[in-house]
Design a binder for this molecule. Structure first.
Ligand code: CP
Length: 317
């Protein structure tokens, strides 16, 4: 079994807490690096005969495409729906539980699920006879994003202990920050700055969880004050589809945009991350700065998802 914790006896991927640092450092990161070489050499047939269903009830570019491409590079096959909320029988009132039961009858080897409700991946696991991978569940978690994020930090900075990370933007609605924070808490001497307007603050429960694990947590509403102290600025979009709504140009709320001003405040060897898609929270003139890591971060989604699929589908190969 590849993970610290199983859900219903299968290697399902549901939440970031299920991974541990030994698994990350000794199994997952080396395999993700190998997968980069596999892609550079044009792919492999390691997953020949394996079939993935990508069941996406919410829009996605990176997660869906990188999972699909991961399967193709590994020689497997994909069956996908991109707007299941509208174009599947969900529109007729079918429950997720029934959909999962039916799809399992078609004998996939893994189901990758994105859904608009927190907890839906855990629900799917209860009705699935094959592993389920949570590709983002509402305001819940996005664990495979956290895996690619932490891999990117490791590859760029060369360490994961003693990090200072600013998580910026819509923290109450964003699932990527929560999933990454859970993973960072597994490493030593972490400091996290949550930078948001009052209307989008990280929930107390998450802050308590981190403090219980000796993560030093500081809240702020001004990225200019925080930027000089951090190794990573992790910017996030305002999640309008989940009710997020604040104007980043209203500086009475604080300062939450990564622009040339912020670059001037940051350490020369820091990095800027963003799960993407970006709207207006990182100005395009930041892209050419060597600290901008968000496109490389998105690319790492391919290698890390290949590693995950390999571990789940052919763990002994
Ligand atoms: N980062 C991320 O999950 O992007 P998508 O919504 O495009 O998959």
């Amino acid at each position: 079994m590849v993970m610290e914790k199983c859900f219903f006896g299968l290697p399902n991927v549901i939440e970031s807490q299920q991974f541990d640092r030994v698994w990350l450092e000794h199994k997952f990161f080396p395999l993700a690096r190998q997968m980069k070489h596999v892609v550079e050499f044009g792919g492999t047939e390691l997953l020949h005969g394996k079939k993935m269903i990508a069941l996406f009830y919410e829009p996605s570019t990176r997660t869906r495409m990188s999972f699909q491409m991961a399967m193709l590079y590994l020689g497997g096959q994909v069956c996908a729906t991109e707007n299941a909320r509208e174009f599947s029988s969900a529109i007729k009132g079918e429950t997720l539980a029934d959909t999962i039961r039916v799809l399992c009858g078609y004998r996939p080897d893994v189901i990758v699920l994105r859904h608009y409700e927190a907890g839906s991946a855990a629900t799917a696991v209860q009705y699935s006879s094959v592993p389920v991978i949570n590709a983002g569940d509402g305001k819940g978690q996005h664990p495979t994003q956290a895996l690619l994020d932490i891999f990117t930090i490791q590859e760029k900075l060369g360490h994961l202990d003693e990090l200072s990370v600013a998580m910026v933007g819509d923290l109450v609605n964003g699932r990527t920050v929560r999933s990454l924070a859970y993973l960072l808490a597994k490493f030593k001497k972490q400091r996290i700055f949550f930078v948001s307007p009052d209307c989008a603050k990280m929930e107390d429960k998450m802050i308590e969880y981190l403090r219980e694990r000796n993560v030093v947590v500081t809240e702020s509403n001004d990225l200019r004050e925080v930027a000089p102290h951090v190794d990573v600025v992790y910017q996030t979009r305002t999640q309008k589809e989940r009710g997020g709504n604040f104007d980043r140009n209203d500086h009475s709320l604080g300062y939450f945009i990564v622009d040339r001003d912020i670059l001037g405040h940051m350490k020369p060897d820091a990095m800027i991350m963003h799960p993407l898609p970006r709207v207006d929270e990182i100005s395009p003139d930041v892209d050419l700065d060597k600290r901008a890591a968000y496109f490389e971060q998105a690319e790492n989604g391919l290698y890390t998802r290949m590693a995950l699929l390999k571990m789940i589908l052919v763990p002994r190969a």
